[in-house]
Design a binder for this molecule. Structure first.
Ligand code: ADP
Ligand code: MG
Length: 695
C-alpha cells in the first residue's frame, strides 16, 4: 500500500502501522493507530476480519475520517459476519467515518494521485481519464482497469459490501467531480433504492451518463403475489425500466459497457440514432448489416439524393448504401474522404462510422503505414465535420496503437465490434434525447382502498375504477335467480354470470364464470349450476379451502360469497391485459400485454414505473410482440389504440394517487374494440398500512 501510494505520486504523509515492525518501506512504523502524530484522512485495514473492530475503534478515537476494509467474512456470509459488519457500521456512523467495503479492493483516484486500491501501481499516468468506475466486484474493476488503451479513470471504487458508502453515494461524488464525464457501475444489489434513483437523476441533470451493468438478472421468486401482474413484473425487468425512466444506460456485459465508455471519449456525442457506416469492402458491409440487424440496430438506407452523389463522386453503390462500400474506383485516398464528406452532409446522418479491416501492432502482413493513413483520413474528415465520427474495428479489443493515438488526438472515438460498438453509439444517442415529462395525477386517493380486505373483488374494483373514468362493463350484483333475470333484461342478452367474492380472485379456475348466456333459460341453468357448486364447496372443507382459503372457511361459512354478477357480454375486441405490481425496492410498475389469460405463458408485455411519462402508454402498446393483433387483421377492423393508451394513463394516474395503498391491480382482460375499450375483469389487492398485502 505504501509503495502503491508512492508510485502514484501521493505527496501527503503515509504512516505504516504494525506492532511487529520498527520500519516499513523505509518509514517509521507505528505500533497502534493511537500513536499516530496526526488524525489520518484514511485508514487502510490490511488485516484479517477478526482484528477490524478493535482497530476501527482506535481509528475513530484518533479522528480518522475515512477507512477501507478489504477482508471478507462480514455481511456477505450472514450470521456472525453480519453481526461484525453491524458493529463496524455503528462505529463508522458514530465517528462520521466514510467507509469503503468491507470485502472490497478499495478506491483509486488517479487524478488526485491517491490510492487505497489493493493492486500495485505500474503506470500511474496511463490510469488517468474521465471515467468514474463503481464496482461491487473487485475483479470486475481490475479487469476494466487492465485495458487503458481508449480511456482512463477519474475514480475507481471497488465498493464490496457497501456497509456505509454505497453505489449511490459514490455516484453522487462522481456527479460533482469535475474530472468525471461518464460514470460506470457494476451492480449486484441496490442498497437504498430511493437514494440510488435520486443519484441517477442528479447525474442526468448534470449531463453525465451513468452506464449500469447489473448482474443477477435471473428472476427471483417473490412471496405475497395474488394477482398475475406481480408474477410477471420480476425484479430485473422492473430494474431495467427504472434505469430507463431515470435516464441511465443499461448494458448487458463488459463488452457493451466498455464500448459505451469508449463512445463517450469522442469530442462530439451523437444527437440522434442515424448511424451511417463506411467500409472498405462489400463482404464487410454485408456482415456489418447482418450483425447490426440481428442486434436490432437500425442502419437506414442512404436517401436517394445522397446515393446519387456517391455514385457520381465515389463509385457504384452496392446494396442500399448503408453500410457504404467506399472502395469505389479503388483510389481509396480520394474516395474515402469523399464518402465521409457526403455522409457528413447527409441530413439523416447523426454519426459517421468508418470500419476498415482489423489491424494489430507488429502484424506480419501489409504495407507499413497503411493503418496510420486510414486513421489520418478519418481524423481529417472528422475535423471538417460537425457530426461525431467513429473508427470501428470488426472485433472488439483488436486495435492498432498508432491508430488509437492519431484518433485520440483528433477526438475521434474508437469502437470495437458491430453489435457492441454500434450499439454503444445508439445507447448514447438515446441517452442524449430528453425524457418526456412524468404525468402528474390530479386524482384524489380512493377511500375504498383504505379498508382492510384481502382483495377487492371484480364488482367493487370496477366501481372504484369507473369513478376515475375508466370504462367498465355494465353489470349488476344479484343474490337470487329472479334478480338475475331482471338484471339481464335491463342489460340485454347475451350476458355473463360470475360468482363475486373477495376470496376468489381467479373465478374461472373454479368454474365460476359462465359466458355467452343467450336467454333466460340458459341464465337460470347457469345460476343453478353455480349456486350448487358454491353450496357443494361450502359443505366440503377439503374442496372449500383450496378455493376460499382457511380463514374464510372459518369466518364466512354462512355467507360464502358476496353474490352473483350479471354482466354484459363483450363479444368483439382483442383481449389485452393491464396491471400494476409492487416491487419491494422500486415501488409500483404498470404492465401491459396482449392475450388476456395467455399473458403468463407468452410473457409478452411491456413494463414502466408509475407514474408513466407522456408517450409511455403508446410505446408500451407498440413494443409488445403481439401489437400487430391490434391492427386490422383478417377482415377484422383495427382496435382503438388511442382509447387503450388513455386507459393505461388513467390506470397510472389512479395508481399514483393511491400508491401507498396498492399492492397489485389486474385488469384481465380488457377488450380492445374498434371503438373504445372496456374492462371486463378487474382485481385490486390493497396494501396493508405497514406495507404488506392482507393475508
Ligand atoms: P377470472 O377471475 O378467472 O379471471 P374473468 O372475469 O376474467 O375471470 O373471466 C374469464 C374469461 O371469460 C375472461 O378472460 C374472458 O375471456 C371471458 N369473459 C369474462 N367476462 C366476459 C364478458 N363480460 N364478456 C366477454 N367475455 C368475458
Ligand atoms: Mg380475468
Amino acid at each position: 500500500m505504501v509503495e502503491a501510494l508512492e508510485r502514484i505520486g501521493f505527496t501527503g504523509p503515509i504512516y505504516p502501522i504494525n506492532p511487529k515492525y520498527q520500519t516499513v518501506a523505509g518509514r517509521n512504523c507505528y505500533a497502534t493507530l493511537r500513536e499516530l502524530p496526526q488524525p489520518p484522512d484514511v485508514v487502510s485495514f490490511c488485516i484479517r476480519n477478526d482484528g477490524v473492530v478493535e482497530n476501527l475503534r482506535a481509528a475513530a478515537e484518533r479522528g480518522a475520517r475515512a477507512a477501507v476494509i478489504y477482508d471478507s467474512g462480514f455481511g456477505e456470509i450472514g450470521g456472525s459476519g453480519a453481526t461484525l459488519q453491524a458493529e463496524i457500521v455503528g462505529i463508522c456512523r458514530e465517528a462520521g467515518i466514510s467507509l469503503c467495503g468491507p470485502n472490497c479492493m478499495g478506491a483509486l483516484n488517479p487524478q488526485a494521485r491517491s490510492t487505497t486500491f489493493k493492486q500495485e501501481v505500474r503506470n500511474p499516468q496511463a490510469l488517468v481519464g474521465n471515467v468514474a468506475l463503481i464496482s461491487q466486484s473487485g475483479s470486475v474493476a481490475a479487469s476494466l482497469l487492465a485495458d487503458l488503451r481508449r480511456f482512463g479513470f477519474s475514480l475507481v471504487v471497488s465498493s464490496g459490501n457497501e456497509a456505509v458508502n454505497d453505489t449511490a453515494s459514490y455516484i453522487d461524488f462522481a456527479v460533482d467531480d469535475p474530472n468525471t464525464t461518464v460514470i460506470a457501475t457494476f451492480t449486484e444489489t441496490v442498497r437504498d433504492p430511493e437514494r440510488y434513483v435520486a443519484a441517477l437523476d442528479r447525474a442526468a441533470d448534470k449531463g453525465k451518463p451513468v452506464v449500469v451493468l447489473k448482474v443477477g438478472r435471473s428472476e427471483r421468486v417473490r412471496a405475497a403475489i395474488t394477482g398475475h401482474t406481480g408474477g410477471l413484473a420480476g425484479e430485473s425487468r422492473v430494474f431495467s425500466e427504472v434505469l430507463k425512466a431515470h435516464h441511465a444506460i443499461e448494458v448487458e456485459d463488459l463488452d457493451e459497457l466498455t464500448e459505451v465508455l469508449a463512445v463517450c471519449q469522442g469530442k462530439r456525442w451523437p444527437k440522434g440514432s442515424g448511424i451511417n457506416v463506411v467500409t472498405t469492402s462489400g463482404g464487410q458491409a454485408e456482415l456489418i448489416l447482418d450483425v447490426a440487424t440481428g442486434a436490432g440496430i437500425a442502419l437506414h438506407p442512404l436517401p436517394a439524393a445522397a446515393r446519387e452523389a456517391v455514385e457520381r463522386d465515389v463509385g457504384r453503390v452496392t446494396g442500399d448504401g448503408n453500410p457504404l462500400d467506399a472502395w469505389g474506383r479503388g483510389d481509396f485516398r480520394t474516395t474515402l474522404p469523399q464518402a465521409l464528406h457526403l455522409l457528413s452532409e447527409n441530413a439523416s446522418t447523426d454519426a459517421v462510422v468508418f470500419c476498415s479491416s482489423d489491424s494489430f501492432d507488429n502484424q506480419a502482413l501489409g504495407r507499413p503505414g497503411r493503418e496510420e493513413d486510414y486513421a489520418r483520413l478519418l481524423a481529417e474528415a472528422a475535423g471538417k465535420s460537425t457530426k461525431p465520427h467513429y473508427f470501428m474495428t470488426m472485433r472488439p479489443g483488436v486495435m492498432h496503437s498508432s491508430q488509437l493515438r492519431i484518433l485520440a488526438e483528433a477526438g475521434v472515438a474508437v469502437i470495437g465490434g458491430t453489435r457492441q460498438g454500434l450499439g454503444a453509439i445508439e445507447r448514447l444517442a438515446r441517452w442524449s434525447a430528453p425524457l418526456p415529462p412524468m404525468r402528474t395525477s390530479s386524482l384524489a386517493p380512493s377511500p375504498e382502498l383504505a379498508v382492510a380486505r384481502r382483495t377487492i373483488n371484480e364488482h367493487d374494483a370496477k366501481r372504484i375504477l369507473a369513478q376515475c373514468g375508466m370504462p367498465v362493463t355494465r353489470e349488476r350484483l344479484v343474490t337470487s335467480p329472479e334478480a338475475a333475470i331482471s338484471a339481464a333484461a335491463t342489460i340485454g342478452y347475451p350476458v355473463v354470470l360470475k360468482v363475486v367474492s373477495d376470496d376468489i380472485p381467479h373465478k374461472s379456475e373454479h368454474n365460476l364464470v359462465a359466458v355467452g348466456l343467450a336467454d333466460e333459460r340458459s341464465l337460470l341453468a347457469a345460476f343453478d349450476a353455480m349456486a350448487r357448486r358454491v353450496a357443494d364447496l361450502a359443505r366440503d372443507p377439503e374442496k372449500w379451502e383450496p378455493v376460499f382459503g382457511k380463514d374464510h372457511a372459518q369466518t364466512n361459512k354462512h355467507r360464502p360469497i358476496a353474490g352473483y354478477l350479471v354482466q354484459e357480454m363483450v363479444g368483439d375486441g382483442v383481449e389485452v391485459f393491464a396491471g400494476v405490481a409492487r416491487d419491494c425496492d422500486f415501488g409500483l410498475s404498470i404492465a401491459f400485454g396482449i392475450g388476456g389469460v395467455a399473458v403468463e405463458v407468452l410473457r409478452d408485455f411491456a413494463l414502466r414505473p408509475v407514474p408513466l411519462r407522456e408517450g409511455d402508454a403508446e410505446a408500451m402498446i407498440a413494443e409488445t410482440r403481439g401489437a400487430a393483433l391490434l391492427g386490422a387483421f383478417r377482415g377484422r377492423p383495427a382496435a382503438d389504440v388511442a382509447a387503450l393508451a388513455h386507459c393505461l394513463y388513467t390506470l397510472s394516474d389512479f395508481a399514483a394517487a393511491n400508491s401507498d395503498r396498492i399492492e397489485e391491480i389486474d385488469l384481465n382482460p380488457i377488450k380492445a374494440k374498434p371503438n373504445g375499450c372496456i374492462i371486463v375483469d378487474a382485481l385490486i389487492v390493497p396494501r396493508k398500512p405497514q406495507g404488506r398485502p392482507h393475508d
